[in-house]
Design a protein around this ligand. Sequence first.
Ligand code: MN3
Length: 202
Amino acid sequence: MAFELPKLKYAYDALEPHIDARTMEIHHSKHHQGYTNNLNNAIAGTDEEGKSIENILLNLEMSNSAVRNNGGGFYNHSLFWEVMNPDDKGYLSGELKDAIESAYGSVDDFKAAFSKAAATQFGSGWAWLCVHKGGKVEVCSTPNQDNPLMPGVTCGGTPILGLDVWEHAYYLNYQNRRPDYIDAFFKVINWNEVEKRYALAK
Ligand code: MN3
């Protein structure tokens, strides 16, 4: 069974004015579709075919750039769409809020750390909030389409929140103003979804 582009649970214009419809449409229907197709092509006829994307990334041979780039791209964007929502955003609470305060002191300090990771990732990449076994959380960033599931990648653990800081994610609306895009992302984070992922991963 080949990987399929996941459907969005909201319309392309649902995240406006924070993330514009044209960017969402191109990002989902062109970029994410491209990673999906290229991943399927890269694993066709190999031992990876039929495995879950998590399994493929956790056991990735990092020198396999086709699977690294496109498997990462497939997984990262699938997470990205899920952790945003225009309506059902919830608010940071419960065990995840406790874990964030334990690691960063306060929610504002966490936001500053995450924003800094996103703003200072040189070139294309992602900022992450990860969970380690036992529940400790950590912010990090990765270049290109790498992510914390991959062997040897910075913070490790399970990513539960990810922000795409490739220019294709924001350039139409924000041009070079990546920090404004990062601020906007915080207005559409679906904390209910992030908390659900925290509970599963910890
Ligand atoms: Mn992208």
